[in-house]
Design a binder for this molecule. Structure first.
Ligand SMILES: Cc1cc2nc3c(=O)[nH]c(=O)nc-3n(C[C@H](O)[C@H](O)[C@H](O)COP(=O)(O)O)c2cc1C
Ligand SMILES: O=C(O)C(=O)c1ccccc1
Length: 378
């Protein structure tokens, strides 16, 4: 039997894999130790923002159009000079080996297979070069955690990303220090202290040359010192600009004034995000911050979005509110934990299919029409 209906195509093909976020999370809980599971699942403080991130999506309802002939669908998007098959990216998530031995290699390969741009974290288990070697030709961006102790380490990593063919730099601005994460204290669990997330540091000539010795203890301590960067400010961003020709996006914008400053300071793009509720608890849900940011940016630079995206229809809502593209975080990591590369492939394939069918059923045929969809806000 052959069918063009995406749902019917999947019945029979995919039935033995967890399908929604809750099932994936539950599957990961069965497999992982409490420390790593809690690290990925949890967020800061009383997890108020974490809950708001997903619950706030319910406030926005799509008002669909019908009778528009949705037999064709074009999800292509051009961001900073590159054209992508769809506006979905993998959010930067560090220390993937705590979820699965194949870590970022599994995620980046699955991403390449389904046309998701891969944003690699500074604190990856595998290095920029290792990932580039295994995902030749696919789209990759590099997320930078500023090194305040030694800025040269930041400049070196950015150069390496550029040399490896990465397309953009994402500077995360909301993690000058880690948020207050009670689950990790309860579990006495810090991946960095346990030696995870060294891929880009242990392979960095500038970082390694700065150490007194190359023992594990020295490497761990220096990563911890470098990654703590409370002094980060706009001047650092202009310094960074001098060390790369790649576009720079800043990740973690919530306030419209910061969005305005980002445009004025010449940033190439921003990502509206509250880090999945993992930084300051009590901050605004990311989806609620988006409309004002879109208003002040007024189309001058791309505005990407993450935090709380769980399924394809969530991505449609973010795009209808004006986001240029959307990054997926925890669902991907639960796929990794439950099935390695194959698990991530299932998650991405299902996500993409729900995303596509949601657009068509809303009456839109391309992203311009998605942007013009009407949303009702409660
Ligand atoms: C386990 C974990 C590790 C993360 N590591 C990073 C990181 O290294 N760099 C970064 O910019 N964001 C990091 N993030 C935040 C994600 O990029 C993204 O903002 C967040 O996951 C979005 O929330 P959601 O997954 O609940 O949708 C991490 C998130 C998780 C869950
Ligand atoms: O846990 C995080 O959210 C995060 O950004 C991070 C920071 C340092 C190491 C690993 C992940």
């Amino acid at each position: 039997m052959s069918t063009n209906d995406l749902l019917l195509k999947n019945i029979g093909a995919n039935s033995h894999y967890p399908i929604n976020f809750a099932e994936l999370e539950e599957g990961a809980k069965q497999i992982l130790e409490p420390g790593p599971f809690g690290y990925i699942r949890s967020s800061a403080g009383g997890e108020e923002t974490y809950r708001k991130n997903t619950e706030s999506f319910f406030k926005y309802s799509i008002i669909p159009r019908f009778l528009t002939d949705v037999s064709t669908l074009n999800t292509e998007v051009t961001i900073l000079g590159h054209t992508y098959p769809h506006p979905l990216l993998i959010a930067p998530v560090g220390v993937n080996k705590i979820a699965h031995e194949d870590g970022e290699l599994a995620v980046s390969k699955a991403a390449a297979k389904f046309g998701f741009s891969y944003i690699q974290s500074t604190v990856s288990s595998y290095s920029i070069e290792e990932i580039a070697a295994e995902t030749n030709g696919s789209s990759k961006w590099f997320q930078l955690y500023w090194s305040s102790q030694n800025k040269e380490v930041s400049f070196s990593m950015v150069k390496r990303a550029e040399a490896a063919g990465y397309e953009a730099i994402v500077l995360t601005i909301d993690t000058t220090m880690l948020g207050w994460r009670e689950e990790d204290i309860r579990n006495q669990y810090s991946p960095l202290k346990r030696g995870f997330g060294q891929g880009n540091y242990a392979s960095d000539p500038v970082f390694m040359a700065s150490l007194s010795d190359h023992s594990q203890e020295t490497i761990v301590n220096n990563i911890l010192e470098n990654i703590y960067h409370p002094t980060l400010n706009w001047i650092n961003i202009s310094e960074l600009r001098k060390h790369t020709t790649l576009p720079i996006l800043i990740k973690g914008i919530l306030h419209p004034e910061d969005a305005k400053l980002a445009v004025e300071k010449g940033m190439d793009g921003i990502i509206v995000s509250n880090h999945g509720g993992r930084q300051l608890d009590g901050v605004i849900a990311s989806i609620d911050a988006l409309p004002e940011v879109i208003r002040v940016v007024n189309g001058r630079i791309p505005v990407l979005f993450d935090s709380g995206i769980r399924r394809g229809s969530d991505a449609v809502k973010a795009l209808a509110l004006g986001a240029t593209a959307v990054c997926i975080g925890r669902p991907v990591i639960w796929g990794l934990a439950t099935g390695g590369q194959i698990g991530v492939e299932r998650v991405l394939e299902n996500f993409l299919q729900e995303f596509r069918v949601s657009i068509s059923l809303s009456g839109a045929r391309n992203l311009e029409e998605v942007k013009n969809l009407q949303l009702l806000k409660d």
